[in-house]
Design a protein around this ligand. Structure first.
Ligand code: EPZ
Length: 417
């Protein structure tokens, strides 16, 4: 079990290149199953969640090689149409393989993805949509058994809520289904656009990705392609929080500013200066942060739920009170109790967290309990003077590529032991 040891209170400086997006890599790796032959994926971050996806692809019979940040997947010799239980439970987002495996094999067997630290993670929207596309799905004893009755065909699907995963599963299944599919109330995240760009470069006919209505004309087959993942906007928000709480001035390259349009105002309201030019996004923090007052998490382009935890660490040391409203997940405040061990003043009432900014945080030994909560604890430890220890770093490594090296390159004292 890895542990971070952080000697906080240091000002950061310098330039850092942003990693590729985890939440683009996972659906695109699954979507390679629609192509026969070799796909080359650049800017694919080295993360445990990505490794879990490569394990699933290899289990199915693909070859999946990594060369630095490029992954090459060859799906020619796939043999299995099931996902082993231990892999499904290791990474709940393996549900993103559902649409791809049905499209490739016309059937798939996988265990129901477990819930996770964020609370129950239902997949009813995924299953209802696939049923409308001609998939018969039986669920018994925690196992999902899916089989295309006659032919996988397009459908008009209205999502009750803009689910990212459901939008991705439908897009992937519809790309080579018979006929047209329309997804109304689709998720609009940049990762949805990246997946559509990948599929279209394989020959798919997808229009409107990034908007609330997506049109997909099924084609007979897709051909392998080369694709580079978009940068990870949540890692960018995390590094910005780290810069803000340490009074730093850093430059992040490889950022797409438009992906952070609902995040920049929060940092500007806190007194940070944010500029961007061709090279990247520069954030310079004030000596004393002001509280951003109110943060509501919403589907894209609203404030991202994944940035709530790291930004709460910033609010914890900002002057004044910040109210967080977590609208996306039932329990996404596991980091609050640990932030309070650093001396933060935070009260949670249901989906609302009230943060009363304190002058400074004190070093503490804490334990991460989920991916973005782990990031929040690292940000807090960078701010607190003295040595802090953070255990549960395996959660962090699901989504952050060598964060200790990234932070050390900016002058932080972070060691992984
Ligand atoms: C994706 O999860 C991301 N994961 C999450 O990031 C992110 O927090 C989430 O989208 C919201 O932006 C990946 O992309 C791999 P949803 P996903 O379906 O697809 C409910 C991280 O930290 N819902 O948009 O699972 C669900 O319970 C991770 O990188 C249903 O009720 O999110 C949740 O309350 C964490 N039924 C809400 O919708 C369903 O069938 C949004 O979920 C599906 C979802």
């Amino acid at each position: 079990m890895s542990v971070f040891v952080v000697d906080g209170g240091r000002v950061l400086s310098g330039k850092v290149r942003l990693q590729g997006s985890k939440n683009s890599s996972l659906p695109i790796l699954a979507a390679t199953l629609l192509c026969r032959g070799e796909c080359v994926l650049h800017n694919c971050p080295r993360l445990s969640d990505v490794e879990a996806s490569l394990k699933i692809l290899r289990y199915i019979g693909c070859t999946a090689q990594r060369e630095e940040n490029t992954v090459i997947v060859d799906t020619d010799n796939v043999t299995r149409c099931e996902i082993p239980t231990e892999l499904m439970h290791r990474m709940r987002s393996s549900i993103i393989f559902l649409g791809a495996m049905i499209a490739r094999f016309d059937r798939v067997r996988m265990s129901f993805p477990g819930g996770c630290e964020l609370g129950p993670r239902p997949i009813d929207l995924h299953l209802n949509a696939l049923r409308e596309m001609g998939v018969e799905i039986s669920e018994d004893h925690g196992e999902l058994d899916c089989c295309v009755q006659d032919v996988l065909h397009g459908a008009n699907i209205v999502l009750p809520l803009p689910s990212v995963g459901a939008t991705e599963n439908i897009m992937i299944a519809a790309a080579t289904a018979k006929g047209a599919t329309i997804i109304s109330n689709a998720a609009r995240e940049p990762e949805i656009v990246d997946l559509a760009d990948f599929l279209n470069s394989c020959g798919a006919q997808i229009h409107g990705a990034g908007e609330s209505t997506i049109f997909i004309d099924g084609v007979d087959r897709l051909s392998p392609t080369t694709h580079a993942m978009i940068p990870d906007r949540i890692v960018a928000a995390t590094l910005m929080s780290a810069a803000a709480v340490t009074g730093s001035d850093i430059l992040m390259t490889g950022v797409v500013p438009s992906h952070l349009e609902s995040v920049f105002p929060v940092f500007r309201d806190s007194g940070c200066e944010i500029e961007y030019d061709g090279e990247g996004v520069r954030i310079s923090a004030p000596y004393r942060l002001q509280s951003p007052k109110l943060i509501r998490t919403m589907p894209y382009p609203g404030f991202p739920t994944d940035a709530q935890a790291p930004v709460m660490s910033m609010a914890a040391v900002a002057d004044g009170m910040t109210v967080f409203v977590e609208n996306m997940f039932l329990s996404r405040y596991s980091h609050v109790s640990e932030l309070c061990r650093f001396g933060a003043d935070i009260r949670v009432e249901g989906k609302v967290a009230v943060v009363d900014g304190v002058k400074r945080l004190l070093s503490a030994n804490v334990r991460a309990q989920d991916l973005r909560g782990a990031a929040a604890l690292v940000v807090a430890a960078l701010c607190a003077r003295g040595q802090s220890e953070i255990s549960g770093i395996e959660y962090l490594e699901r989504g952050y590529e060598e964060l200790e090296l990234v932070l050390s390159s900016l002058g932080a004292d972070v060691k992984k032991i």
